[in-house]
Write a protein that binds this ligand. Sequence first.
Ligand SMILES: O=C(O)CCC(=O)C(=O)O
Length: 275
Amino acid sequence: MSYLSSNQLKQYENEGFVSPINIFSKEKAKEIRDEIELIEKKIPGELEKSGRYNAHLISPLLDEVTHNSKILDSVESLIGKNILVCGTTLFIKNPNESGFVSYHQDAKYIGLEPHNWVTAWVAITDSNETNGCMRMWAGSHKDNLKKHDEKFNEGNLLTRGQTVKNVPKEKTTPLILKAGQMSLHHPLVVHGSDLNRSNDRRIGFVIQSYIGTNVKQILGKNSVQLARGIDEFNYHEKIERPISFINENDLKLKKEENDNLQEIFYKGSSRKGSY
Ligand SMILES: O=C(O)CCC(=O)C(=O)O
């Protein structure tokens, strides 16, 4: 059963994103924020740079979000009933730091083909224009891949500073979310985000991405978890879900997965980066 209304499905088709979608309460979001901050406290640096990827492998609570049935019901109506989790990213913007995300298309650097996949951006804190919410160029997913420059600007949260030129920023749509809501966006929609100008952190937990079982990783190696249905293609290695909070084996697995991701993200780049 779809969790998305017919209007929301139309929005995704016409604009390349759908938002806001209610997933869990703000109390649950606070519990998740506390778990993220506990990891940061217990293992300083673990969620920074390339460590911000795949935190769901060391946290049962983030794993639970990744396999949330409301999220999966929404995703199913966009990519079909056989769904894999191919990775997650924590997009954290602290107050008084220069973090922003240049305008880009995810499909440009993630290596997932065909584009039968979707990204879920789950708000762990409120996300709004003051603290640098995502902004979407509606309808841009209807074009093909656009040229991206590599800008490596300080503060850019993207690995290579991939940037689409001439985005009409005044026409982009801010995705304003309350903690516990999510947005879904298409692999080809152009999007980015500005600085956090508030006094608190802006935290997005992003399932990047949910892929159909027919999707290959053409730039390297990506392990996956089966989220729903059956995998009749078996293109990817499967990994287990965590059963306890930060254990040694899961930390090792997260590190291996993130090293593989580095290879993918920097393929064809003029630079090797540290995240
Ligand atoms: O969190 C942000 O500001 C940007 C996230 C993003 O680019 C993405 O989820 O694809």
